[in-house]
Design a protein around this ligand. Structure first.
Ligand SMILES: NC(=O)C1=CN([C@@H]2O[C@H](COP(=O)(O)OP(=O)(O)OC[C@H]3O[C@@H](n4cnc5c(N)ncnc54)[C@H](OP(=O)(O)O)[C@@H]3O)[C@@H](O)[C@H]2O)C=CC1
Ligand SMILES: CC(=O)N[C@@H](CCC(=O)OP(=O)(O)O)C(=O)O
Length: 342
């Protein structure tokens, strides 16, 4: 586990401790190398006396599976030196985008290429689903947290040909753990508590091309998205409110059926009963996605709301789910199927 001292790394370790087929090997990081893991993650009691090692090819290579949870730009060089037979699951953005020009427009490190995209439930065209590309893969790129909730919210409507490819608008609120553990002045408690604020406004957030990539694949044509993230005073969770125009002639009564048929058999994606709405508190610590869809008939728009835990389904849960698929294990193995409440 590389990046073991961070939020994503800590959550992967929490899940691996409950997984019947995994044993935690080396735990590596950067500035915290040499410290006890219990010093940075006191909640990971069974691993408290593990010593954090430096992140090198030597510390990682002799494992069946390597999870990378490093800042962007650090996975490419490392992954290239790991043996091909090692399953590498990257939680960073480095291998998510298929378009080099999209990468260079939104990121300031060099383009590393793309790996199979680790969102198994993502509906594609003609009844396809992304998990088909993940079984047996040796390299998988875990999606960003916002793209997970937003893509799963809207893709059924695009895959079924119900939605217009332009005028898609998304506003999403994230908990502060989405920003990682390193010190950031705008994330001090006194700045965040009791307040919500937008950031990355005006199409500049680097998850925009990732969301567009996913929805374009589902639609079979280029989809553009106006995406505004906001920061919410909570440690975990993303609530995304996504709206898109219905294509002319689409019967509003057909809308719910598209989402039902996309996810009726999915263990982690749930279209709630009509009248119930997703809430971040309902998915904390679980690998679930909650969805609800409504039609604003006056404006001819679909409104879909999704809730995920950014650290579980938004990162670590997806990483373990992808590792299960890569290894041919049951996809749900070791993943939390109930949240924590209140
Ligand atoms: N937080 C979230 O909700 C999500 C995060 N991700 C992605 O997961 C990755 C990790 O995020 P997160 O855990 O939040 O970040 P954190 O800042 O909490 O943790 C970063 C980790 O990377 C280590 N690290 C930093 N620099 C280096 C380096 N040069 N070489 C090796 N290790 C290094 C840190 O070690 P040390 O502390 O010892 O310096 C720490 O373990 C990122 O790419 C992020 O985008 C993806 C989806 C959601
Ligand atoms: C609240 C907050 O700051 N969130 C992060 C998203 C973190 C994440 O999932 O994305 P990556 O894996 O692409 O880093 C952000 O907006 O950059």
């Amino acid at each position: 586990m590389a990046g073991a001292s961070g939020y994503a790394g800590g959550e992967i370790l929490r899940l691996l401790l409950a997984h019947p087929q995994f044993e935690v090997g080396a735990v590596t990081a950067a500035s915290s190398a040499g410290e006890r893991l219990g010093g940075v993650h006191p909640h990971l009691v069974p691993l408290a006396d593990r010593v954090i090692e430096p992140t090198t090819v030597d510390t990682l290579a002799a494992h069946d599976v390597v999870f990378l949870a490093l800042p962007h730009g650090h996975s490419g060089a490392l992954a290239a030196q790991l043996p091909e037979e090692v399953v590498v699951i990257d939680c960073g953005a480095d291998f998510r985008l298929e378009s080099e020009s999209a990468w260079t427009s939104f990121y300031d490190t060099g383009y590393a290429g793309s790996w199979p995209y680790g969102l198994p439930e993502l509906p594609g065209p003609a009844g396809s689903v992304q998990r088909q590309r993940l079984a047996g893969a040796r390299r998988i790129a875990v999606p960003g947290c916002y793209p997970t909730g937003i893509s799963l919210a809207l893709a059924p409507g695009f895959a079924a040909g119900l939605l217009e490819a332009q005028d898609v608008v998304v506003v999403a609120a994230s908990g502060t753990s989405g920003a990682g553990k390193s010190l950031k002045p705008h994330l001090l408690g006194s700045e965040v508590m009791g307040s919500m604020s937008p950031y990355g406004v005006g199409g500049g957030h680097r998850h925009t091309p990732e969301i567009e990539q996913n929805l374009s694949r589902a639609a079979g044509e280029p989809v553009t998205v106006s995406f505004t993230p906001t920061l919410a005073p909570m440690p975990r969770g993303i609530l995304a409110t996504c709206t898109a125009r219905l294509r002319p002639g689409v019967d509003p009564a057909a809308v719910r059926a598209a989402w039902e048929s996309a996810y009726f058999d999915e263990p982690f994606v749930h279209l709630l009963p009509e009248g119930s709405w997703p809430a971040t508190a309902s998915v904390v610590g679980s690998n679930h996605v909650q969805l609800q869809v409504a039609v604003d008939e006056r404006l001819g728009r679909v409104v879909v709301v999704s809730a995920i835990d950014n650290l579980t389904k938004g990162t670590a849960g997806a990483a373990v789910q992808c590792a299960n698929l890569a290894l041919g294990l049951e996809e749900t193995l070791g993943l939390p199927i109930a949240g924590v409440a209140p």
